[in-house]
Design a protein around this ligand. Structure first.
Ligand code: OGA
Ligand code: FE
Length: 330
């Protein structure tokens, strides 16, 4: 894939069995940006000033100005940081779930010290914390200087709901967030270092095999991209995705319900990202056939309803089998 800006080279990408198309890249005022967003298609937005105020967020600056609040930091023995839902992991039916990462509370200076001292082979850390009112005044100042006009105009033009949060992500080189989807619109603003983002449309549900909705890994693909188990997940071979590498100042629009796998490039530097998560808009008039993301929403609701009435997740598969096999299958 292209790397005209030379901030990275293809040998820094993890290997993957699939091939990808390139996500298009347009300057922020190109009308095609809004065409893509309105069609719920990913696009890289260049030259916006969305998170320019965070350009100076070096480790020294963050250490000095982030304040004394606690930050959520995940610790992983390998490069993968697969998200899990704490509440769902507490359910009786998930009592044998072993969290793949440890969730820690850390002060920022402690995190940055460990980031600086990290060497290959050590446990990895990934800070993922919503920006909140514990941050120091300089950070508040920078936050207020984000280009709110830019994101608010996207929000109103495309009928998004309210902004829910700004997640700050500080990762080590080589960290991977495995493939998952979120139920929100995302303006993903890269601040420092380079991230490879691989996206798949919502209609590839059957190629990506999400965990059941009640599972702590709800919304996460069961496929391990490092070593896909094709006997369990044969349709993963048919997955058709697109990718890009984003660097400082670039913003990736990740449409709601789109699958994304994100890796901080290997042998790069630490990465800093700030995302802008917006609720989806109201449905408006629904047209048929339903779109991929609407069908995903339907499937989620069916799963939730079945669990609600059956109570035990173990009862779901036999019921679905009885309902489908020989009746809705050839
Ligand atoms: C997101 C996301 C992960 C990452 O912003 O929705 O999944 O590693 N980020 O940046
Ligand atoms: Fe995500």
């Amino acid at each position: 894939m292209a790397n005209d800006n030379k901030g990275w080279d293809p040998s820094q990408l993890r290997k993957c069995d699939l091939e990808f198309e390139e996500i298009p890249r347009f300057v922020y005022n190109d009308p095609r940006v809004d065409e893509f967003i309105s069609e719920n298609k990913p696009v890289v937005i260049l030259g916006s000033k969305l998170a320019k105020a965070a350009e100076k967020w070096t480790l020294d600056y963050l250490e000095k100005n982030m304040g004394n609040g606690d930050f959520t930091v995940f610790l992983s023995k390998n490069h993968k940081f697969k998200y899990y839902d704490d509440k769902k992991s507490m359910l009786k039916s998930n009592s044998d779930f072993i969290p793949p990462t440890k969730k820690l509370d850390m002060k920022l200076p402690e995190f940055i010290k460990r980031l600086r001292e990290w060497k290959k082979g050590d446990d990895r850390l990934y800070l993922q914390q919503g920006l909140n009112n514990t941050v120091g005044p300089a950070i508040v100042h920078d936050f207020l200087n984000f280009d709110w006009n830019f994101c608010t105009s996207k929000q109103s033009k495309h009928n998004w709901g309210p902004l829910t949060s700004n997640l700050l992500l500080i990762g080590m080189e080589g960290n991977v967030t495995p493939c998952h989807y979120d139920e929100q619109q995302n303006l993903f603003a890269q601040v420092h270092g380079y991230k490879r983002c691989i996206l798949f449309p919502p209609d590839q549900f059957d190629c990506l095999y999400p965990h059941p909705v009640h599972h702590p890994h709800d919304r996460q693909s069961m496929v391990d991209f490092d070593k896909p188990d094709y006997s369990r997940f044969p349709k993963f071979r048919e997955a058709r995705g697109c990718e890009t590498v984003i660097g400082p100042g670039e913003v990736l629009y990740i449409p709601m319900y789109w699958w994304h796998h994100i890796e901080s490039l290997m042998r790069g530097s630490y990465t800093v990202t700030v995302n802008f998560w917006y609720k989806g808009g109201p449905n408006g008039t629904v047209t048929y056939p339903l779109k991929g993301h609407q069908k995903v929403a339907v499937m989620r609701n069916v799963e939730k309803m079945l669990l609600d009435v059956l109570q035990d997740p173990k009862e779901i598969p036999p019921l679905l089998r009885a309902m489908v096999l020989g009746r809705y299958t050839e």
